[in-house]
Design a protein around this ligand. Structure first.
Ligand SMILES: NC(=O)c1ccc[n+]([C@@H]2O[C@H](COP(=O)([O-])OP(=O)(O)OC[C@H]3O[C@@H](n4cnc5c(N)ncnc54)[C@H](O)[C@@H]3O)[C@@H](O)[C@H]2O)c1
Ligand SMILES: [Fe+2]
Length: 413
């Protein structure tokens, strides 16, 4: 004989008590946080929506923090027109150079206070967006970059923040990170703080059509490096890995086309979305040894961020392969570098080789030979790399000797 249990006959307080006890006895595990901008708009001509988007956020006055070249090329024109139509006041700070320094950020904070703007919009590559992010947060709480990078910094951003990328690379429009040079240009501040995540990202590939081939190549490889480092990072999770793989699948083809013919709008759109996905991925998982070391070499020798990453990427993959061959085999398949007969080791090696091939195809250097790395700097570079925030999520433990050996491999090719 079977008896059916009538839920209505069980006292509701008994059910509540069972659930409460069960939940109380659970130990939370395998948790991950996932953060993203509140709003993203993507597509050709999406910049024309800026005025209405900011109107809905009740913005009255925007400080646009723009890349110098982007400003001179007139790329701000449509944004300015639609902000005027929406009756939103605008102040433009167009002094952002490549890899902005702390004194430029201080100038921007002063301009923000003077203008009384209630929203900061980064407009340009990673350099302009990172400067805007730091200006919005520091301007909200009157703090310094030194304070922002100290552990336990708990001041909040009260000013709105948006980002419009004009390169497809850093993903800064979706990360909670800002990279700023020290005033003496000897090293970089790397600030990570949830309030550095923009509230709004506008991804318009038409703004990228005039990006020179060499910058397209370097910034595109930065995006690929984000995706590859994020996929194997200690902080990787299901969502960050899915985003990383989606970027890795697209980049080899789209980047080759964007470098070969910069006016190809569909390739620009694919790269812009891949860069966004890779940025969202690493902001939620961390990076690794490529970025930890490239931050140091880039600051000390003035090597563009993407160029330094490209030189280091295949060497770091070879170093890390010992502990993440399976993940590199996944990456190799996403890169389209494998065939059915290959075992995991062969897939992993084919993936690294296809990264080398892509770097060569798009004309990036495979060593720092032209930058004159000095052997006597290697020890200091290695020490600084071990202090970089990105090293903490590298999948393989790294020693000073490992880094010095790596520098010997990449110094002259
Ligand atoms: N916040 C993050 O998460 C993050 C991640 C990676 C890198 N970064 C930082 O971002 C910076 C690098 O950013 P980037 O690689 O985008 O380069 P970038 O912003 O320095 O721009 C590179 C060059 O391209 C020019 N440019 C930009 N857009 C253009 C366009 N549409 N047409 C013509 N020229 C254009 C700029 O004037 C500049 O000369 C570095 O400081 C790096 O450390 C930040
Ligand atoms: Fe990067």
């Amino acid at each position: 004989m079977t008896t059916s249990l009538d839920a209505s006959s069980i006292d509701a307080s008994v059910i509540t008590s069972i659930i409460t006890h069960t939940v109380d006895e659970l130990t939370p595990k395998n948790l991950f946080n996932f953060n993203s901008p509140r709003q993203t708009i993507v597509g050709e001509g999406s910049i024309l929506k800026l005025g209405t988007l900011l109107q809905t956020l009740n913005v009255k006055h925007v400080l646009i923090v723009a890349d110098e070249v982007v400003y001179q090329k007139g790329l701000l024109a449509s944004a300015l027109r639609c902000l005027a139509r929406a009756n939103i006041a605008v102040t433009v700070f167009s002094g952002i150079e490549r890899e902005p320094s702390s004194d430029v950020v201080e100038q921007g904070v002063a301009m923000l206070a003077q203008s009384k703007a209630d929203f900061v919009l980064g407009f340009g590559g990673g350099s302009a967006m990172d400067a805007a992010k730091a200006i919005a947060l520091l301007g909200s709480c009157n703090a310094s970059l030194d304070e922002l990078t100290e552990p336990g910094f708990d001041q909040r951003r009260t000013i709105g923040l948006g980002a419009v990328p004009t390169t497809a690379g850093t993903g800064s429009e979706v990360t909670d990170i800002s990279v700023i040079m020290h005033a003496d240009r000897s090293k970089k501040f790397i600030a990570k703080n949830l309030d550095l995540m923009p509230d709004l990202a506008v991804i318009d590939p038409t703004l990228m059509l005039g990006l020179p081939a060499s910058v397209t190549a370097a910034t595109g490889i930065d995006a690929l490096t984000h995706a590859i480092e994020a996929y194997v990072a200690h902080g990787a999770n299901h969502l960050s890995q899915a985003l990383a793989i989606s970027a890795i699948k697209v980049i080899p083809h789209a980047l080759s086309i964007a470098v070969g013919d910069g006016t190809e709008l569909s390739a620009r759109l694919e790269m812009a979305v891949a860069s966004y996905s890779a940025g969202l991925s690493f902001s939620n998982s961390g990076l690794g040894l490529v970025h930890a070391l490239s931050h140091q070499v880039g600051a000390q020798y003035g090597v563009a961020h993407g160029v330094a990453n490209g030189i280091l990427l295949p060497h770091v993959m070879t170093f890390n392969a010992l502990v993440c061959r399976r993940e590199y085999a996944d990456i190799a398949r996403a890169l389209g570098a494998t065939n059915e007969g290959m075992n995991e080791r062969q897939q992993c090696e084919a993936g690294i080789e296809s990264v080398r091939q892509l770097l060569s195809d798009i004309g990036l250097p495979n060593s720092f030979a032209e930058f004159g790395l000095a052997v006597e700097d290697f020890g200091e570079l290695a020490d600084a790399t071990l202090q970089d925030i990105c090293i903490t999520t590298n999948p393989r433990r790294v020693t000073k000797t490992d880094i010095i050996q790596l520098l010997q491999q990449v110094a002259n090719g």
